[in-house]
Ligand binder design. Structure first.
Ligand code: HEC
Length: 218
């Protein structure tokens, strides 16, 4: 007479089958844990940073001018960067460099590098005839000479503008006019052949001095 296996016997037999497959439940658990760790690690590993040093930066005039600011790409994709800037929205390609004034730069690190800043790294430079010296660099923590945090201002640009403020993308305005900016760009000391300053530029630079004095005082 054959006895139908009880529910418990069937379960035990099932366990034994799976034990054969995994060796032992403990080993199976260890394997699962290892897999989780491996997957978690792959997710957390940041992409390799683009190396950026003093020599990555150059005279504004040697970059490409789009409207009122300058762009370049540290990985040779200048045209791809220019296209996004010209279009005025969209994600900038990895390696993109953007400058409005000689001493402040945004560089696009690879995707996934820093979620908070959309992978932009902020730089403050000291510029002179000798070239550029990085004074500060980082992500959400870079504060310029006037006590302003780059990220706090630029994060206010609406998402389609990828942290680029211009003057109508949602960022708080700066007290520096486009006229002052244009004149300031011409004074980039890194340029060997700077454009001559017009009377209007000279006037704008005087006004800028006053604004900067007030900003520094604050
Ligand atoms: C008080 C807010 C504020 C702070 C602080 C600030 N920015 Fe900006 N930034 C702006 C605004 C507004 C513009 C656009 C000005 C315009 O187009 O007339 C701008 C323009 C720029 C541009 C040109 C592209 C664009 O967004 O229009 C770059 C590059 C830039 N800033 C980098 C920096 C870096 C780097 C820092 C920190 C070292 C910094 N900024 C700090 C508000 C700020």
């Amino acid at each position: 007479m054959t006895i139908a296996p009880t529910r418990v016997q069937r379960l035990v037999a099932g366990d034994q089958r799976s034990n054969r497959r995994w060796g032992s439940p403990l080993r199976a658990m260890a394997a699962a844990a290892l897999m989780t760790v491996a997957v978690g690690y792959a997710d957390a590993a940041p992409p390799t940073a683009i190396a950026v040093g003093d020599s990555s930066f150059k005279c504004l005039k040697d970059m490409v001018k789009v409207r009122h600011f300058y762009v370049d790409n540290l990985q040779g994709h200048r045209e791809a960067t220019r296209k996004v800037a010209a279009k005025g929205k969209g994600r900038y390609p990895t390696g993109s460099v953007i400058q409005l004034v000689p001493g402040e730069v945004m560089v696009k690190q690879p995707k996934g590098f820093n979620a908070a800043t959309n992978d932009w790294e902020f730089f403050e430079l000291d510029v002179s005839k000798e070239g550029s010296k990085i004074r500060k660099r980082g992500f959400a923590d870079v504060v310029n000479r006037f006590g302003g945090n780059c990220f706090t201002c630029h994060v206010k640009a609406r998402p389609e503008f990828d942290f680029v403020c211009e003057n109508d993308h949602g960022c708080d305005p700066i007290p520096i006019t486009r006229r002052m900016l244009a004149a300031l760009q011409k004074t980039d000391p890194r340029c060997t052949k700077p454009d001559p300053l017009t009377d209007d530029d000279q006037h704008a630079l005087k006004e800028l001095d006053e604004v900067l004095k007030t900003m520094s005082a604050k």
